[in-house]
Design a protein around this ligand. Structure first.
Ligand code: GLA
Length: 692
């Protein structure tokens, strides 16, 4: 288990720390405080290009080597960032063409970070040079265990750039995909509004225009921009693999909020890392979903420094952030609670952002492990010390354990992008909220969930087969081949739950002429003939037929499909409007499995009923029986089942143990009732004797 902090030694030299005689003397003190907190890894250097290369070609990595030597001497290992997220000012002055151009055609100037276009050949060239120099200088250092490529790729909206070089790359990308102009015109439907092109060079970039761009073109632009981000990271990964084959590479992703395909990105990394902003959300499911997504991005070929699976949280905010309107402190015990939430969902490394609140720069009021004074007697530092102690205790038990899910949610970036474009049937229908209705219900019933892309290969189909239930909330875009593999999944005994807004377009964002949901009409045994988007302040109602155990009367919101049932069994109907009596929920047997269709959006409580019903129907294994406000998750290995119980409330919660359970943190055996304190944590197994 890696436990550590994001350290910025460049902030802590004279005149901000140290003395004129010994300008770097603070580093030693920091290492001592780290050891006392149980830190065994630091990430450093992600913004240091301007310090490594103050003048072009004149490198100075010695200061970083000195920091690494100190870390090594204290038994602390190092992840080094490649510093390309913050190019030096001289580079932008010399080559202003590297600066990104936004959709309005305006240059984003130098002076902060991320001021580069990933389509710039010059930037690629300079990136190669600095990464090579860094790897040659420090790649054999005995403290180095991993590289982090760049930092926050695509941050500050820089996934897209509208430079002339981007235009050139865009045309080359389209040419490779469509081969002929005629094919491009057909696949993108350019007859609409007279957008036919007769030469590759005519294809526009979707820059600011009087009105919306062609949705097929927009979707390809998103794919192109994603491929650009991924290939920039791949370029650095390839270089590092060549220069330091023994050192795995990662980069810090941000769960689904950046505009590139996170699954594609994970493929070029040896292991996945996440920046967690679990400072903001009060609903534990809002944090948990991000961790489950990150765990799901990479399943095979994971190469972490210690050979464990899972993912790392390379930035877990240690305190307050600095970019909300009011940046309140995290309450005592909450960083600890978040840390356990990460670990319980599969994290095998957790590093706090950052080690100490800097005295300089725009993040000076961001909460660090240490406060500005650096003394190490502050509240957060003490809490981190406690967690550090506990992690040492747990590390041997956690080794080799992993999260195993029996359910999965289908998720694809092209689908999300398509749903985010303007001119949707209902702009109040938000895919993320729709996904969260399912996720929250599964989470609140303590069922583990993975996220998977719709299947396109035999390997994908094999991986899907292990899930008892697949949820497909608003799978609006269904690409050729995906539908067939979903049918295969059900045919072989799986249960698929799909919803309104499924199969309305193909992979080119073009509507089908074969009815909705396209290519899945036989699977669900129904056809959606029309759909009726309804405003947020209106609703229809649903009447259940008896098979489905609804605990309440439920309304139908935002979207009502008008369904013509074929072979399916109708479980519920709408009760109002001209489609009163038409199906709102159906089930269809197909091969050995079943396909369930929800033709509307229900209130949150419905999804709890749905999960309870499916649990019976599909024989899902419940975890422990605990009160609703306690989050339970499981990491397992062979015959070890390690339960994490987390109280996300600021008040105690009573737990009744039906059988004795052993807590690794206190060594206690619990039976009968126990009051889990506010923000309290238990790490339990069923072995009653304390393990050696
Ligand atoms: C990201 C970056 C950090 C920092 C934080 C601020 O996580 O990687 O450098 O700027 O955002 O929230």
């Amino acid at each position: 288990m890696y436990f550590g902090a994001d350290y910025h030694p460049e902030h802590w030299v004279w005149p901000y720390a140290g003395t004129p005689e010994e300008p770097e003397s603070r580093w030693e003190r920091d290492a001592q405080l780290m050891v006392a907190a149980g830190v065994n890894v630091v990430r450093m250097g992600e913004f240091c290009w301007g310090l490594y290369e103050r003048e072009e070609g004149k490198y100075d990595f010695d200061w970083m080597r000195r920091v690494m030597d100190i870390m090594k001497a204290h038994g602390i290992q190092v992840v080094l960032g490649t510093p390309t997220a913050a190019p030096p000012l001289w580079l932008a002055r010399k080559h202003p063409e590297i600066l990104p151009v936004d959709e309005n055609g305006l240059i984003l100037h130098e002076g902060t970070r991320h001021a580069y276009s990933m389509n710039s050949d010059v930037y690629w060239e300079y990136s190669r040079k600095i990464v090579t120099a860094l790897a040659r200088a420090l790649g054999q250092h005995p403290a180095l265990i991993a590289w982090q490529i760049d930092n926050g790729i695509g941050g500050h909206g820089t996934e897209f750039s509208f430079n002339e070089e981007s235009r050139h790359d865009w045309h080359a990308w389209l040419k490779a995909k469509y081969e002929t102009i005629e094919n491009l015109n057909n696949c993108l439907g350019t007859r609409f509004w007279s957008q036919l092109v007769s030469d590759w060079s005519e294809v526009p970039m979707p820059m600011r225009a009087p009105t919306v761009h062609n949705p097929a073109l927009l979707l390809d632009w998103m794919r192109f921009a994603s491929d650009t981000c991924v290939s920039y990271v791949r370029m650095q990964a390839d270089l590092l693999h060549e220069l330091t084959p023994h050192v795995p590479v990662t980069t810090n992703l941000r769960a689904l909020s950046r505009h590139y395909d996170h699954f594609d990105m994970a493929e070029v990394l040896d292991f996945v890392s996440l920046d967690s902003y679990a400072t903001l959300k009060n609903q534990p499911a809002e944090n948990a979903v991000e961790f489950d997504i990150m765990r799901s991005l990479k399943r095979t070929g994971i190469r972490t420094p210690d050979g464990e699976g899972g993912f790392w949280v390379i930035e877990q905010k240690a305190g307050n952030v600095n970019w909300q309107e009011v940046n309140s402190l995290l309450r005592p015990g909450v960083v600890r609670l978040f840390t356990y939430q990460l670990v319980s969902r599969g994290a095998t490394g957790v590093l706090y952002f950052f080690w100490r609140s800097p005295r300089i720069g725009s993040e000076k009021f961001y909460g660090g492990v240490l406060t500005h004074d650096g003394r190490g007697d502050n509240r957060v530092y003490r809490e981190i010390c406690q967690i550090g102690e506990e992690m040492k205790l747990l590390a041997p038990v956690l080794k080799g354990t992993r999260v195993v899910a029996e359910t999965a949610i289908l998720y694809s970036h092209p689908n999300t992008w398509a749903l985010q474009f303007p001119m949707q049937p209902n702009r109040h229908f938000k895919q993320r909220e729709h996904v969260m209705l399912f996720y929250r219900a599964l989470h609140d019933r303590n069922l583990a969930v993975d996220f998977v892309r719709p299947p396109t290969t035999d390997e994908d189909s094999e991986a899907l087969a292990r899930y008892k239930i697949l949820f497909a909330p608003s799978l609006h875009l269904l690409a050729g081949g995906e539908a067939d593999r979903l049918k295969l999944y059900v045919q072989n005994g799986g249960t698929l739950v799909a919803t309104c807004n499924t199969g309305l377009v193909d992979e080119h964002n073009i509507a089908p002429d074969t009815g909705y949901p396209h290519d899945l009409i036989d699977l669900f045994g129904l056809e959606v003939q029309e759909f009726d988007p309804i405003p947020p302040d209106a609703e229809n109602h649903v009447v259940f037929k008896g098979t489905f155990p609804a605990s309440h009367l439920y309304s139908a919101r935002l979207w009502c499909d008008i369904i013509e049932p074929h072979e399916c069994e109708v479980l519920a109907t709408f009760s109002q409007d001209f489609y009163a009596g038409r199906p709102a929920m159906t089930i269809n047997s197909y091969g050995l499995g079943r396909a369930i269709y929800l033709g509307t959006v229900f209130p949150p409580a419905f999804y709890l009923d749905l999960v309870a019903w499916l649990r019976q129907l599909c024989n899902l294994h419940p975890l422990l029986k605990v009160p609703e406000t306690v989050e339970v998750s499981l990491r397992e290995k062979d015959d070890l089942r390690l339960y994490f119980l987390l109280n996300h409330q600021a008040t105690p919660v009573r737990i009744n143990f039906l059988k004795p359970m052993h807590d690794y943190l206190t060594g206690n055996v619990f039976s009968g009732s126990y009051d889990l304190p506010p923000h309290g944590v238990l790490v339990l197994d069923e072995k009653v004797a304390k393990p050696a």
